[in-house]
Design a protein around this ligand. Structure first.
Ligand SMILES: NC(=O)C1=CN([C@@H]2O[C@H](COP(=O)(O)OP(=O)(O)OC[C@H]3O[C@@H](n4cnc5c(N)ncnc54)[C@H](OP(=O)(O)O)[C@@H]3O)[C@@H](O)[C@H]2O)C=CC1
Ligand SMILES: O=C1O[C@H](COP(=O)(O)O)[C@@H](O)[C@H](O)[C@H]1O
Length: 473
């Protein structure tokens, strides 16, 4: 641990962080490494406890071994002395947690009295378990004064969203609830509003007079073999579109918030979702990669989409007539997480034949993030021919950031809800997406390693999807 670890936050309340689903995939790959990252960055209070919870009956030591394995594989592997310090704060509460039977949770929490310790429940469990666990918090008096974090997706349909929303508000006040969407925790997602509102160069052009289209492009080379059963009942629309891509679209499309305070920022992002026009399946292309149905855990006649590209419209004065193009899929030819603002060519100017990608502002949301501006310039040399050039600003050159999960966990511990979703926005998400979810068409096959069905290429218009700029040497 760094020498000053924990000292900066030593005046804060001690935290008892209860991780439901602690033995699961998300906990192992994301939540446990993120929690450790907070410890190594001195972002935990002086006194804290991480209590794994689940239906199995692990001892504290078995849980500690699991955490260390997960840090070695997915986080920054601790050396022995850092590990001893960290491991001393880990406990496990097994036996499940239901209305009828709290398992070991209440016994373990007896060591962390609510009047001194801030309780945080993190639900890293399948969405079907959100409701029953929430009822159990109410039944066992673990709701008052605590904070609760729900993983995504918050609901799997309009009806299930409303049911879950009611279950949650029967037990918790909205201010206690943190619905996580880790794309909002990415450093560069936040630049979508910071770059826009802090730089006059961009503030004035963030509208339909200047922007021709917005592309939110998240192709992935990744397959779904490790979580085939989950993915086959979910598909790309629920896994990525109604969650991450909509939130990123809202970050681009929002009207200026009154301030960048948690409430104002959240309000701006959530309100613009109400202006997303319900999606039209005829403006969408569904795909499924060849070989998907042969994966263990996938139904042999599955019609689950592993690819989706769609055109969406935002019915505000600012964005009237500007298509928002969303694309994501698995087993594609390359991975990217990019937001591209494609600018209109100057009207009636003396220069014509401007290259299609000669006027693009891009945000790379992946990894540490980068901002990239492509411009049309004179090609050096005799005569006048045009070329595109790009400038890239990798954020890591500015400062080291936190991983998205660490950033969001730190916000939960500080009680800052600005990067979390709200039910008013989510209600609109389901209204907008329902026509697509209800669409029962068969997805088009596409070869693995391609960029999806060719029908998706035409959605983006004659210039197509923006390719990442070539890297400088
Ligand atoms: N995995 C990923 O990459 C991502 C996952 N998510 C979300 O995170 C959540 C967890 O996903 P993931 O970790 O992959 O899921 P897992 O299938 O690995 O389940 C997590 C844990 O939940 C517990 N669990 C399973 N079913 C129930 C149940 N009915 N009641 C109570 N506990 C149950 C199990 O622990 P035990 O047996 O010990 O009780 C299990 O280990 C989901 O909501 C998912 O959508 C979000 C982003 C990415
Ligand atoms: O939530 C999810 O996100 C990942 C992509 O996110 P990353 O930023 O961690 O790469 C996606 O692969 C997965 O299907 C989805 O569930």
């Amino acid at each position: 641990m760094p020498e000053n670890s924990s000292q900066e936050t030593s005046t804060e309340s001690p935290i008892a962080f209860v991780l439901f689903g602690a033995a699961g995939d998300l906990a192992k790959r994301m939540v446990l490494p993120a929690f450790y990252e907070l410890a190594t960055h001195g972002l935990l209070p002086t006194r804290w406890a991480l209590i794994g919870a689940g239906r199995r009956s692990w001892s504290d030591d078995e849980f500690r071994a699991h955490v260390r394995d997960s840090l070695n594989e997915f986080g920054s592997a601790p050396d022995d002395s850092d590990w001893e310090e960290f491991a001393g704060n880990l406990r496990f509460a097994g036996g499940g947690f239901t209305v009828d039977d709290p398992g070991a949770v209440l016994d373990v929490l007896g060591d962390y009295p609510k009047d001194t310790w801030q309780l945080v429940h993190y639900l890293a469990v399948p969405p079907t378990a959100f409701g029953p666990l929430t009822e159990a918090f109410g039944a066992h008096d673990l709701a008052a004064g605590s904070r609760v974090v729900y993983e995504k997706p918050f609901g799997t349909s309009r009806d299930s969203f409303h049911k879950l929303d009611k279950q949650v508000h029967d037990v918790f006040d909205e201010k206690q609830v943190f619905r996580i969407d880790h794309f909002l925790g990415k450093e560069n997602t936040q630049n979508l509003h910071v770059l826009r509102f802090a730089n006059g160069l961009f503030t004035g052009v963030w509208n339909n007079r200047h922007v021709e289209q917005v592309q939110i492009d998240v192709p992935e080379t990744l397959n779904i073999d490790d979580r085939a059963k989950f993915y086959d009942s979910t598909g790309a629309v629920l896994d990525m579109v109604v969650t991450h891509l909509f939130q990123v679209a809202a970050e681009v499309a929002m009207e200026p918030p009154l301030s960048l305070s948690a409430d104002d920022l959240q309000t701006a992002r959530e309100s613009v979702i109400a202006a997303f026009r319900p999606l039209d399946p005829s403006e969408a292309v569904f795909g499924q990669y060849e070989g998907y149905r042969d994966v263990d855990g996938v139904a042999p006649d599955s019609t689950t989409e592993t690819f989706i590209a769609l055109r969406m419209w935002v019915d505000t004065d600012r964005w009237h007539g500007v298509p928002f193009l969303l694309r994501t899929g698995k087993c594609l030819g390359r991975s990217a997480q990019r937001v591209n603002l494609v600018f209109r060519n100057p009207e009636d100017g003396p220069i014509t034949h401007i290259p299609a990608d000669g006027n693009v502002l891009s945000f790379d949301l992946s990894g540490e993030g980068a901002i990239d501006l492509r411009m049309t310039i004179k090609k050096p040399g005799p005569g006048l021919s045009l070329s595109t050039a790009h400038m890239e600003l990798p954020l890591k050159e500015v400062a080291d950031g936190l991983s998205p999960y660490s950033r969001l966990l730190s916000d939960v511990l500080r009680g800052d809800r600005s990067l979390f979703t709200r039910p008013d926005g989510l209600q609109h998400v389901w209204d907008v997406a329902t026509p697509l979810i209800d669409n029962e068409g068969t997805p088009l096959p596409y070869p693995q390693g391609s960029m999806g069905p060719s029908e998706a290429d035409t959605l983006a218009g004659p210039a197509g999807w923006v390719e990442p700029a070539p890297q400088h040497d």
